[in-house]
Design a protein around this ligand. Structure first.
Ligand SMILES: Nc1ncnc2c1ncn2[C@@H]1O[C@H](COP(=O)(O)OP(=O)(O)OP(=O)(O)O)[C@@H](O)[C@H]1O
Length: 446
């Protein structure tokens, strides 16, 4: 019996150490979260003081202490409103003191991380006077495991990667209609795009692809694609057809506006999302892999084609949002050296993701006009961590993300399972991928 009391704790410690080394996620939920919670609460005051996140007592408290002959009150730490454990860390919600702001906590995030012995700390103001510290217990980006996806919704918002604070990064087409994804070769752009396609496959959306690497990335996923182009000539025609489709969607919106205008109190729609469901055209996500291939021109004829392509892309990016057409452009570089119109197009691509880049100029193509820190972070991405990227967030800040390593086989399986959802768009019919008869007859069901 006595031996059991010696062996049992040793066994528990051994299990904890093994889990911590090989299964940090399991370690966190079994042992880590409790240890970290106790540590954070026990050290809270001293850490806040050491990190310079306390405020001196107010004058009236000092005066009161003097009047009542008590010792001078201590400086005060932000008040803990809530501490919440998560799958990957802890979330500490703080009521900050007057004179403090969220930036003080962001600036101290490295010191907080060391002091609380956690992997990462990020600070975000969630409402006036309230800051949330998201603390990650372990390196969640080492081996990305996404939580099980919820049921597909009609909203174009798909989980695509994990953020370094353990939260899921969503690509939300309604709030960020168009996006640019840059990165050096082998940095993980195609896997990012693959995750996007797999995330979009269960949604009500028409996927349109341009993959000038002869279709090697997107063609295997063709069963879920409404249209595909695998060379610049077809891409130019496909984009022209997409512009035509956009014009037709605008006519539908205008017609509905005329009807609503005659009805008192009826809402007047300005985009497809306000149209009644039975009238709403299918939204479209256009994925372009290796955009530089579209911009190359070796002779006059190719120059004309290039200008057509860029003009169509600029038009789609400027007018597409209301028609539910979204652009997802991916390439190794995306700067003015690609020719006329590229900087105009880039200005419309408000969503920015930068995988590992080889030089500052490439990082500037994604974040130069947004954040110099993000530029630095993109250059510093480790070569041994493909799939890691820096992504701009809705508040104008940025964060590190990493996609799960979805294989082409897994993505193909998802696309095949949802092949029956592939909508047809008459304008894009000439570009419909050639599929085996089995799928065209609609017999592949999930
Ligand atoms: N999230 C990830 N986790 C682990 N490995 C990854 C991840 N993303 C990509 N990789 C690995 O990195 C390699 C390169 O990825 P990918 O093909 O997506 O790069 P790329 O940027 O598209 O390259 P290129 O521009 O040459 O096509 C892949 O073979 C894959 O094994």
């Amino acid at each position: 019996m006595d031996a059991l009391w010696v062996v049992l704790p040793l066994l528990i410690i051994a299990v904890a150490l093994v889990l911590r080394r090989y299964r940090p996620g399991w370690y966190w939920v079994t042992f880590g979260v409790t240890c970290a919670g106790v540590r954070v609460l026990a050290r809270y005051r001293s850490v806040m003081e050491a990190c310079g996140l306390t405020v001196p007592p107010s004058r009236w408290r000092l005066a009161l202490a003097r009047l009542t002959d008590r010792p001078a009150p201590e400086s005060r730490s932000p008040r803990i409103l809530r501490i919440r454990p998560t799958r990957t860390g802890l979330v500490l919600r703080l009521k900050i003191r007057s004179g403090q702001d969220a930036f003080d906590f962001s600036a101290a995030s490295d010191r907080l991380r060391h002091s609380f012995v956690l992997h990462a700390v990020t600070a975000q103001e969630i409402r006036s006077g309230v800051v949330e510290l998201r603390m990650t217990g372990y390196d969640v980006l080492r081996d990305v495991r996404m939580p099980a996806p919820g049921p597909a919704s009609g909203v174009l918002r798909v989980p695509v990667a994990l953020r370094e604070d353990g939260a899921v990064h969503h690509r939300d087409y309604r709030s960020v209609p168009h996006a640019l994804n840059v990165g050096a070769t082998k940095s993980g752009k195609s896997v990012y795009q693959r995750n996007l396609v797999a995330g979009l496959a269960p949604c009500v959306v028409a996927l349109v692809g341009i993959d000038c690497k002869k279709g090697v990335e997107l063609a295997p996923l063709a069963k879920r694609f409404t249209a595909l182009a695998d060379n610049p000539d077809t891409a130019a025609d496909l984009l022209a057809a997409l512009v035509q489709y956009m014009d037709r969607v605008y006519q539908v919106i205008r017609a509905e506006q005329r009807v609503s205008a005659d009805l008192p109190d009826a809402e007047i729609t300005a985009d497809i999302w306000d149209l009644p469901e039975h009238l709403r055209p299918t939204p479209v996500v256009l994925l372009v892999d290796e955009v530089a291939e579209l911009a190359l021109a070796a002779n006059k004829k190719e120059e004309v084609r290039r200008d057509q392509i860029v003009t169509h892309l600029v038009r789609l990016s400027q007018l597409g949002r209301a028609a539910g057409i979204h652009l997802e452009i991916c390439g190794q570089r995306f700067g003015s050296e690609l020719g006329k119109g590229i900087t105009m197009l880039r200005a419309q691509l408000t969503g920015r993701t930068a995988h590992r880049v080889n030089d500052e100029t490439s990082a500037n193509m994604a974040f130069g006009d947004i954040s110099s820190e993000a530029v630095l972070a993109a250059i510093q991405i480790d070569k041994d961590r493909p799939g890691t990227a820096v992504v701009g967030d809705s508040s104008g800040g940025w964060t590190r993300i990493r996609t799960p390593h979805t294989t082409l086989r897994q993505a193909v399986d998802v696309c095949n399972a949802h092949a029956y959802r592939t909508p047809q768009i008459p304008e894009l019919d000439p570009f419909r991928p050639v599929l085996p008869a089995r799928v065209l007859s609609g017999t592949v069901l999930p």
